[in-house]
Design a binder for this molecule. Structure first.
Ligand code: PMP
Length: 368
């Protein structure tokens, strides 16, 4: 243990949900539904799945280490140069590349309380200091969401990276374009602002920012996105960063030469072009969120207003036993006590019948 670097020794590993089959075996249940990992209930675009078949006889070959086709297509879509794109083995990989390239002992990173769990892990693993800003108060319109002025207050001379999750997981809260623009403009030029937009495609708010347009103005901005959520390709692992070419150059120096695989590259390329599937996914999510919030309102259950494909509901007491009882009903959701939200459960927005099953199970468990 003592041989690992000091940051790693203190790491609490990320706790992914157990595979459904394993849980079912453990609990002696079947036909459960998983609404725990913010996956797309519609799955990936059929075009993406089809693209995989034609690649199976090429598995002996290395993938294109530069991801040329996908980076070019992304660049075209986003109206940036291909040199601005860095591909990652999920956006998680990209977040770690940023930490490895820009953080070290003696440097610090700023993020919000209740923010995505990978930020503290990535920061600690490289021995940097994590400076955690207090989040919005529970009675704020965006409860437990990012408080950008509290975040700005945490920035010191040692700060090289700021992580802003927009929207944030697990809270589902978001920051508007004007506030975010002002925030980035006020940061020192040698501090990178990472805007993690894993769920951006779901957001339909008028003043949600189109951040990739700000890259020429802010050379210290990095926008990260993923194919795991709206594109339903979480199992293949593909994410990317959009940044100034000089930042991308640095990130490309530290990544593994073949960090994204050929299947993921090909599927992502097809998924990007299947706009009908993206629209349908957004629509199913919009309807599902409305279904869930209506049910919470009818039952007098509090919840954190969300613009993502998940929502945190306040069960009014310790959420852990409620989570366990739901599991026995075959409904898998995510307790978020580890995020400092001990009375909330995060539920991924599913299709109508899945949401219904979750609500019915919750009624049973809460005796309503
Ligand atoms: N950022 C946020 C806010 C997330 O919720 C997630 C997934 N849980 C990720 C990044 C990473 O997703 P992936 O590595 O699958 O792209």
């Amino acid at each position: 243990q003592a041989l690992a670097n000091a940051g790693v020794q203190k790491l609490m590993p990320y706790q992914p949900g157990k595979p459904v089959e394993e849980l079912e075996r453990e609990l002696g249940i079947s036909e459960s539904i998983k609404l725990a990992s913010n996956e797309n209930p519609l799955g990936p675009s059929p075009r993406a799945v089809q693209a995989l078949g034609s690649l199976l006889d090429q598995l002996a070959q290395y993938p294109d280490g530069n991801g040329f086709a996908l980076r070019s297509r992304l660049a075209e879509k986003l109206s940036v140069e291909a040199e601005c794109i860095t591909l990652g083995n999920g956006s998680n990989d990209v977040l770690e590349l940023i930490a490895r390239a820009y953080l070290a002992p003696g440097r610090s990173a700023v993020f919000s309380a209740h923010a995505f769990a990978v930020y503290p892990l990535a920061v600690q693993a490289v021995g940097a200091e994590a400076r955690v800003a207090a989040a919005n108060a529970p009675d704020h319109a965006m409860p437990w969401g990012h408080d950008l002025s509290a975040m700005a207050d945490q920035v010191t001379e040692s700060t090289r990276v700021i992580f802003v999750a927009n929207p944030n997981n697990p809270t589902g809260t978001w920051v508007d374009g004007e506030s975010l623009h002002d925030f980035i403009a006020a940061q020192p030029a040698d501090t990178l602002v990472v805007v993690d937009e894993a769920y951006c495609e779901y957001v339909e708010e008028q003043d949600y920012p189109d951040t990739t347009r700000w890259l020429s103005e802010f050379p210290n901005l990095i926008v990260t996105r993923t194919f795991s959520k709206i594109h339903g390709l979480a199992g293949l692992r593909m994410g990317y960063a959009v940044s100034h070419p000089q930042v991308a150059d640095i990130l490309n120096r530290v990544r593994q030469p073949f960090n994204t695989n050929s299947l993921a590259q090909a599927a992502a390329l097809e998924a990007l072009d299947d706009e009908a599937h993206v629209h349908q996914s957004v629509q199913v999510n919009r309807e599902g969120l409305a279904q869930l919030t209506q049910a919470f309102n009818e039952r007098g259950l509090g919840y954190i207003p969300s613009v993502g494909n998940f929502i945190c509901v306040d069960v009014g007491s310790d959420a852990e036993p409620v989570y366990q009882a739901l599991l026995h009903q075959g409904v898998i959701v995510r307790p978020v006590g580890g995020y400092g939200l001990p009375q909330h459960l995060r539920v991924t927005v599913g299709r109508a019948h899945e949401n219904r099953r979750f609500i019915d199970a919750l009624d049973q468990v809460l005796n309503r």
